[in-house]
Design a binder for this molecule. Structure first.
Ligand code: NI
Length: 185
C-alpha cells in the first residue's frame, strides 16, 4: 500500500448534514482503498471541518460520505474541563473489540443536532481496533469521555443518532438550558 501524505491536499470545510437528512440514517460501507486520494482528502476535510466547528468528534456520514471513517478529538473545554487532550485521531473501518459491563449516562451534543444536549448512556470502557490513515492496524482501550466520543461517532456509521439512545424526553434539553442548569451550577 502506498503512503499518501496529507500535505498534498488542501482541506476543505464540508457542510454538516442536519437531523432529518436521510444521509444520517444510512449504514456506512467499509473503506477498501485507504490510500485512495479521495479517502485521504476526506480525512483532511473531516479534521478541518471538526476544528472549525469546535467539535470533539465527527463521522463521515455527517458530511454525506457513507463510509466507515470517524474522527475522535477530545480536548478540555467548557463543557468537559476534565476531558483529556489528544491528537485528533482518524479511525478507518473501526470495530469494537470489547467493552466493560458498566454503562454511565453523560451529556452529549452533536454537530448534526445543534441547539440540543442529551444525556446518553454509554459504556465506560471500550477496546477498539481500526486502521489509521496509513493503513496500519491499531488497537486502543479508551475510558470515560473519549470512549463516549467513539461510541457516539460509531453510531453515526450505523445510522443512529444520540436522540435514539436517550432513556426518555426528560434527558433532552436545549443548549441554553444546558449551559444555565448544568454548566452554570
Ligand atoms: Ni454526532
Amino acid at each position: 500500500m502506498s503512503l499518501v501524505h496529507s500535505c498534498q491536499y488542501s482541506p476543505e470545510q464540508r457542510p454538516i448534514l442536519q437531523l432529518g437528512s436521510p444521509g444520517l440514517r444510512q449504514i456506512a460501507q467499509p473503506i477498501a482503498a485507504i490510500g485512495d486520494p479521495k479517502i485521504q482528502q476526506l480525512v483532511d476535510d473531516l479534521l478541518f471541518t471538526l476544528r472549525v466547528a469546535n467539535g470533539v468528534g465527527i463521522a463521515a456520514p455527517q458530511v454525506g460520505a457513507a463510509c466507515r471513517l470517524l474522527v475522535v478529538a477530545s480536548r478540555p473545554n467548557l463543557r468537559y474541563p476534565e476531558a483529556p487532550q489528544m491528537d485528533p485521531t482518524a479511525l478507518i473501518n473501526p470495530r469494537w473489540v470489547a467493552h466493560g459491563d458498566e454503562r454511565v449516562k453523560g451529556w452529549e451534543g452533536c454537530l448534526s443536532v445543534p441547539g440540543l444536549r442529551a444525556q446518553v448512556p454509554r459504556y465506560r470502557e471500550i477496546e477498539v481496533e481500526y486502521c489509521d490513515r496509513q493503513g496500519r492496524t491499531q488497537r486502543q482501550v479508551w475510558t470515560g469521555f473519549v470512549a463516549r466520543i467513539f461510541q457516539h461517532e460509531y453510531d453515526h456509521l450505523e445510522g443512529r443518532m444520540l436522540l435514539d439512545r436517550v432513556d426518555g424526553p426528560a434527558d433532552i434539553i436545549s443548549e441554553s438550558e444546558y449551559f444555565a442548569q448544568i454548566v452554570g451550577r
